[in-house]
Structure formats: C-alpha cells, structure tokens
Design a protein around this ligand. Structure first.
Ligand SMILES: Cc1cc2nc3c(=O)[nH]c(=O)nc-3n(C[C@H](O)[C@H](O)[C@H](O)COP(=O)(O)OP(=O)(O)OC[C@H]3O[C@@H](n4cnc5c(N)ncnc54)[C@H](O)[C@@H]3O)c2cc1C
Ligand SMILES: *[C@@H]1O[C@H](CO)[C@@H](O)[C@H](O)[C@H]1NC(C)=O
Ligand SMILES: *[C@@H]1O[C@H](CO)[C@@H](O)[C@H](O)[C@H]1NC(C)=O
Ligand SMILES: *[C@@H]1O[C@H](CO)[C@@H](O)[C@H](O)[C@H]1NC(C)=O
Ligand SMILES: *[C@@H]1O[C@H](CO)[C@@H](O)[C@H](O)[C@H]1NC(C)=O
Ligand SMILES: *[C@@H]1O[C@H](CO)[C@@H](O)[C@H](O)[C@H]1NC(C)=O
Ligand SMILES: *[C@@H]1O[C@H](CO)[C@@H](O)[C@H](O)[C@H]1NC(C)=O
Ligand SMILES: *[C@@H]1O[C@H](CO)[C@@H](O)[C@H](O)[C@H]1NC(C)=O
Ligand SMILES: *[C@@H]1O[C@H](CO)[C@@H](O)[C@H](O)[C@H]1NC(C)=O
Ligand SMILES: *[C@@H]1O[C@H](CO)[C@@H](O)[C@H](O)[C@H]1NC(C)=O
Length: 584
C-alpha cells in the first residue's frame, strides 16, 4: 500500500516535471547552463558570446560619460542596430507587465532586463549560429533571432533568452548566372547576401555594379531577415514583384542545428515558407540569394495637396486620389503617400496629402505629366485646396534612393510605437463607392496634431501578376491589393501599464475594427507592419496559406525552438514564448 502511494507520488512528480518541460528553462532553475557550459559555448563561437545588458544601463548606474554617448545615439537606428542590448522600438525592450524597463527617459528608476536577451552570440559565421541553436536546443532555452531589431511586432526580442545576433554577417557575392544548388537551370544575375546586410549596404553594392534589386525604403532594415521573410514590399514591387518573389535560394540553420539549402529544388517546402511566412519562425537564415535587374532610370512625381484643417473637401479629395490609384498603377506607378489630417503649420492647422509616385524604367516625363494631370485638375476644382506638382527624372534607381529617399545614414527610431494597418484591394478602389468607403473609415479615427496615415502603392502590376507564376507564402491578399495603409500610436516612456493597455485596446478593439469593416475579412494585413496585438493574426497575416505554413513549421521545428510573436505556431505558446499553452 505504502509502496503504491510512493509510486503514485513518483508518478505525480514525473508528471509535474513533465509539464515543467513544456516551459523553457529559465535562469535560477537547475536546468540553466552552469558557468562552464557558457564558457564552452563561448569557446565554440570563438569568443563571440556576450552577456547582454539593456543598452541604457550605464544611465541608471550613474555612469555620466557612457550615458552621454548613449543619449547622443538614442534615436539613431544605425547605432541601435549594432547594439545587442537594444532593439529599435523601446516598447519591445520592456516588460511593462513586470514593471521592467531600462530607458533613458526614466533613468531614476532601476534598470530592468525586460525582453532584452541575457546572452548574445554575435554570429560571424554559419557555424556560430549552429552552435547557438544546438545550445538552445540542448538546454531548452528561449531563443531570439535578431538582425536590425526593427520589428514592429516584438519578434526580435524575448525574455530570458539567448540571442542570435546576425547583424555582422556582412558578406556579399555577385553572380552573373546563378544556378540554385541541385538544379541545372540558370536563373540569371543574382546577389548572395549575408543575413546582416542592411538595405543601405545592399543598394550601395548593387548600385556599384549597375544592378538593382527589389527591396524596401530604409537604411537599416535588414535585407535578408524579417523584411524578406515577411514578404518585403518595395517601390519596385509593381515593376518586378514582392521582394520574396525574387529570392532564389536561402541557406538556413534549422531547429536541429543543420545548415541546409532551401530553393525550388532542395527543401522546397522550407523555401516556400521562408518567402513570406515570417522571420524567426522556420530557422535562422544565414544568407539569401536575390535576383538582380539591370539598373534603370526612374521618374518621380510629387503632388502635394493642402487646405485649412476641417475643410470637408479634404476627405473628398482623399477619395478622388484613391480612385485614381488603379489607373496610375496600371501605367506603372508605385508610390508612397502621407495623409496628415491635422498638421500644425505656422499659427494655423492644415490638412495635407503629400504623394510621391515612382515610374521605374520610364523616362517620358511629358507622358507621365499628362497621366497625372486629370487628378490634379480634379483636386484643383475642389474649393479651398492648393496643389503643388513636380516631376523629376532620375538617371538611376540608385540615384533616387541615395539622393532622396534614403539620404543620410539612419532612420528615425527609439520610440514606443504600435502600428495599425490594412491591405485594401484594387477591387475596392475601382468600385463606385469604394474610395468613399475607405476614406470614411479613416476619417472616423482620431488624429492628433501631426499624426500621419502612410499609404504604400507597392502592389498591383507584377505583384498581382505573380499570383499566376510565383507560389510562396506571402499573404495572398497582397496579390489583390492596391494599397497598404498604416498609422502609428505612441506612448510616452513613462506611461503606466494601464495607459499602454488603453492605447493597445483602442488600436485593437476600436481603430482596427473600423478598418477591417471596409472590406470585411477578405483582405488582411502585412505581418511586418501590423498591429502587434492582432488577435486573429493567422488569418489576417497569412490567409489561406496559414494551414500549410503551420504544417511546415511542425515538420521543421516540431518542438517550437523558433517562436516569434504573432508568428506561425506562436499560438501554441504564451505571449512571451516561454511556456507551451497547447499540448502537442
Ligand atoms: C524605417 C523603416 C522602414 C521600413 N520600410 C519597409 C519597406 O520599405 N518595406 C517593407 O516591406 N517593410 C519595411 N519596414 C518593415 C520591416 O520589413 C520590418 O521592420 C522587418 O521586421 C525588419 O526586419 P529585420 O530583420 O531588419 O528586423 P529584426 O527586428 O531584427 O527581425 C525581424 C524578424 O525577423 C527575424 N529575423 C531576423 N533575421 C533573421 C534571420 N537571419 N533568420 C531568421 N529570422 C530572422 C527576427 O527573429 C524577427 O522575427 C520598415 C521598417 C522601418 C522601421
Ligand atoms: C567570451 O569570450 C570573450 C573573449 O575571450 C570575452 O571577452 C567575453 O567576455 C566572453 N563572454 C562571456 C559571456 O563570458
Ligand atoms: C549613427 O550611428 C552610426 C553608427 O554608430 C554612426 O556612424 C553615425 O554617424 C550616427 N549618425 C548620426 C547622425 O549620429
Ligand atoms: C516600478 O518600479 C519602480 C522602480 O524601478 C518603482 O518606483 C515603481 O513604483 C514600480 N511600479 C510599480 C507599479 O510597481
Ligand atoms: C536535421 O534535420 C534534417 C532535415 O530533416 C535531417 O536531414 C538531419 O538528419 C537532421 N540532423 C540531425 C543531426 O538530427
Ligand atoms: C527597361 O525597359 C526596356 C524597354 O523599354 C527594356 O528593354 C528593359 O528590359 C527594361 N529594364 C528592366 C530592368 O526591366
Ligand atoms: C492646378 O493648380 C496649380 C496651382 O494653381 C497649377 O499650377 C496647376 O497648373 C493646376 N493643374 C491642373 C492640372 O489643373
Ligand atoms: C511638397 O511638400 C514638401 C514638404 O512637405 C516640399 O519639400 C516639396 O517641395 C513640395 N512639393 C512641391 C512640388 O512643391
Ligand atoms: C510622464 O512625464 C510627463 C512629463 O514629462 C508628465 O507630464 C506625466 O505626468 C508623466 N506620466 C506619468 C504616468 O508619470
Ligand atoms: C481611447 O479611445 C477613447 C475613445 O475614443 C478616447 O477617449 C481615449 O482618449 C483613447 N485613449 C488613448 C490612450 O488614446
């Protein structure tokens, strides 16, 4: 009897340690690697293991000199990108629910580790990544894969984690005629980039060779990390497709520590998933091979529309502009536009729309002027509106990027920010009252002075056409989209948890519902620039591709070593990715 009871107790103990093993190993637990083990890891990664502190720690320790340097660089994305103890957005460095943060602005309080990793492997080679992955697997650690740290959804940080820092993987290699491994078929000119190459570096390198690539408009966003694995939109999109449509091959370290090649021929399921299925989820990409194109001239159009704030004609003009997008897009235009309903200007407030359109490989400026004129004259006819127009030819895409769009060496960063976004279809914009419906939804949101809605005309054209020829994991809504629109909500560094939760609640339960209502649930959102608290992320971010993605995730990472917030398979874990909430 006693024996049986003991057995039962042993059984219970086993069961409870079994359920513990559905959580990651945390510091102060007996499973946590001892000093010797960290030393061994450090040796295997050639001394590139670092114990990581939040970057603002010196400011909380009264180290004035170090703090002054940090203060200087606080909003410099290029600097932040190089710091394992930081990401770009303060809110993903913190754990407000535990009152843990370490920012400049509140330096009187103690420095909390928050979501900043405890250790970081500053990877300089694929084998460093393999060592880190095997170590995390062996000790059941939470892993964070971190490149530039720009992620808006909190995917590049994780509490109590080991970080794999990919930023220093900076190799670049050109090929005139790339043959994906294992295939006899040549895919033409391409460039193979290390996982840490950022957009500024990529553009500089291809520009020098008289080539161009499909990539984003930023200095420090990584070219081969979250950007491309999340789909990658581009002003070159309508011309040549999504960035993910133009990947030819990945080299990737998978959850068992193996370095594999993924292309259309080898491991095609992994290749499919990595092209749009989201960063930090299927493995650690070591390098990516991207198609390159002949450099081309490009013409830019800039149309500004302004009026005094609260002129009802402003929103009508927004509808007129959106109604014009499909035909501009058909003529080859891509673009970005910025709607500021309430902009302080001198002593008054104005409403403003500033549009940039791009016509890659088009030099006939007169023809382009003629194309935009009907829109401008329509806007001119609206009472109280002032328009300004310019068309500027650039001799190359590179000159447009380096001379105008990504001038300088950094992007603005270092705030507490969440985004709300939506893909809106071409079908909506060509329908009779579609543009009005779209504009009425945006009009319902609350805009503080200076708040801007950003529109991205980065689909249509080749993005739509590739629906027939490219099978990858991007949100299928992209193939039907005419515009990707987003806006931001901020909180102050000293905002209380309750204040933060109110901003999140307003975004998720008020603003996003208004936007989703425009087209029901048939479209969706771009996972890289979306609400970090999206409850229905599976469908919103990946639509009909989700079940296949989930299956591929189970095949390549059955134990969930790679979990990214709101990423494929993350629903099986708690928000921090520390404990499994769904039994396998
Ligand atoms: C200023 C600015 C401009 C932007 N412009 C554009 C744009 O023009 N077009 C566009 O589509 N998006 C744009 N974005 C959004 C951008 O795509 C996302 O922020 C993206 O997540 C950044 O990827 P990253 O690798 O640089 O960042 P990180 O935050 O380091 O990583 C993002 C995600 O990818 C994972 N990841 C990173 N590296 C790897 C790797 N080697 N292997 C596996 N997983 C990895 C991380 O784990 C994380 O889940 C912009 C963002 C900013 C801030
Ligand atoms: C790893 O080794 C390097 C070089 O010897 C050393 O500078 C670093 O502090 C070590 N990292 C850890 C976490 O001990
Ligand atoms: C931003 O940081 C980078 C890297 O540290 C540095 O080279 C650059 O000069 C900084 N830019 C500004 C404007 O301070
Ligand atoms: C959060 O921590 C700070 C010290 O770091 C303390 O002053 C503050 O009272 C704490 N707030 C809560 C809600 O616990
Ligand atoms: C890792 O996974 C790959 C692909 O499934 C498999 O080929 C390989 O044998 C595995 N390696 C180890 C060490 O388990
Ligand atoms: C640019 O257009 C010309 C013809 O107008 C075409 O031959 C060329 O291939 C185009 N360039 C690219 C990179 O598509
Ligand atoms: C619109 O008005 C502006 C400013 O008055 C003027 O310069 C421009 O030529 C007009 N354009 C069209 C197409 O009507
Ligand atoms: C549009 O406005 C921007 C400033 O917001 C200005 O730099 C630009 O010159 C304006 N464009 C035209 C055509 O006047
Ligand atoms: C945050 O700081 C601002 C001033 O910088 C102050 O007005 C505000 O009350 C503070 N908020 C909280 C919650 O402490
Ligand atoms: C949330 O929305 C309500 C209702 O529109 C508004 O009164 C409140 O100020 C908003 N809160 C925040 C933090 O934006």
């Amino acid at each position: 009897m006693k024996g049986l009871l003991n057995l039962a107790l042993v059984g219970l103990a086993l069961a409870s340690s079994g359920s513990d093993s559905s959580c990651r190993c945390r510091p102060h637990q007996s499973c946590w690697p001892v000093e010797q083990e960290w030393i061994a890891l450090n040796r295997s990664v050639q001394g590139n293991l670092q114990a990581t502190q939040p970057v603002a720690a010196p400011c909380h320790e009264g180290n004035k000199k170090a703090c002054a340097a940090i203060t200087q660089e606080w909003t410099n994305s290029t600097w932040r990108a190089t710091q394992p103890g930081a990401v770009q957005w303060e809110n993903w460095e913190a754990r407000p629910e535990l009152n843990e943060s370490c920012v400049l602005e509140t330096r009187q309080t103690t420095c909390g580790q928050g979501r900043i990793s405890l250790y970081s492997v500053l990877a300089k080679s694929a084998s460093h990544i393999q060592d880190a992955v095997r170590f995390a697997k062996r000790f059941n650690l939470r892993l964070a894969v971190r490149n530039s740290g720009h992620d808006f959804v909190g995917r590049s940080t994780a509490p109590d984690s080991l970080q794999i820092f990919t930023y220093w993987l900076k190799n670049i290699q050109f090929s005139d005629d790339f043959k994906p491994a294992g295939t006899p078929k040549s895919e033409g000119p391409a460039v193979t980039i290390g996982a840490g190459i950022n957009l500024m570096e990529l553009y500089a390198a291809v520009g020098q060779k008289g080539r161009t690539v499909v990539a984003g408009t930023s200095h420090t966003v990584g070219a081969a990390g979250g950007y491309i694995q999340g789909g990658g939109h581009s002003l070159m999109g309508p011309w040549k497709g999504m960035a993910a449509d133009n990947v030819l091959e990945f080299k990737v370290v998978t959850a068992n520590g193996t370095l594999v090649t993924a292309n259309s021929h080898q491991n095609p399921d992994l290749f499919w998933a990595l092209r749009g299925g989201g960063g930090g989820t299927f493995g650690v990409v070591v390098s990516a091979t991207l198609r390159t194109f002949d450099e081309a001239p490009i013409t830019m159009v800039n149309l500004n529309v302004s009026t005094v704030a609260k002129n009802p004609g402003f929103w009508g003009a927004m509808a007129d502009f959106h109604a014009a997008i499909p035909s501009l897009n058909d003529a080859g235009a891509s673009g970005y536009y910025f709607i500021t309903p309430n902009m302080p200007f001198k002593k008054m407030e104005v409403s403003r729309l500033s549009i940039l359109l791009f016509f890659p490989n088009q030099t006939n400026v007169a023809k382009i002027d003629k194309l935009v004129a009907p829109l401008q004259s329509k806007l001119n006819a609206t009472a109280g509106l002032i328009t300004e127009y310019a068309s500027i030819p650039f001799p190359s895409i590179h000159s447009l990027l380096s001379g105008l769009l990504i001038r300088g060496n950094m992007d603005p960063t270092g705030k507490n920010v969440i985004l709300g976004s939506r893909l809106f279809s071409r079908e909506l914009l060509v329908s009779h009252n579609g543009p009005g419906k779209l504009v009425n939804a945006w009009k319902k949101l609350k805009f503080n002075p200076g708040d801007t809605i950003t529109g991205n005309i980065v689909a249509g054209g080749a993005v739509a056409k590739n629906a027939e020829s490219v099978d990858n994991a991007i949100n299928p809504a992209w193939r039907k989209a005419a515009t990707h629109m987003y806006f931001a909500r901020y909180w102050a560094p000293n905002a209380t948890l309750a204040q933060q939760q109110e901003v999140i609640r307003n975004m998720t339960e008020v603003d996003m519902l208004v936007l989703k209502d425009v087209e029901g649930y048939k479209m969706g959102a771009y996972p890289n620039e979306a609400n970090a608290y999206e409850p229905n992320f599976q469908n919103e971010f990946w639509g009909s591709n989700y079940p296949r993605l989930y299956g591929i995730k189970q095949k390549w990472d059955p134990n969930g070593l790679f979990i990214a917030r709101k990423g494929v398979g993350s629903e099986d874990w708690d928000d921090a990715g520390l404990c499994r909430i769904k039994r396998k």
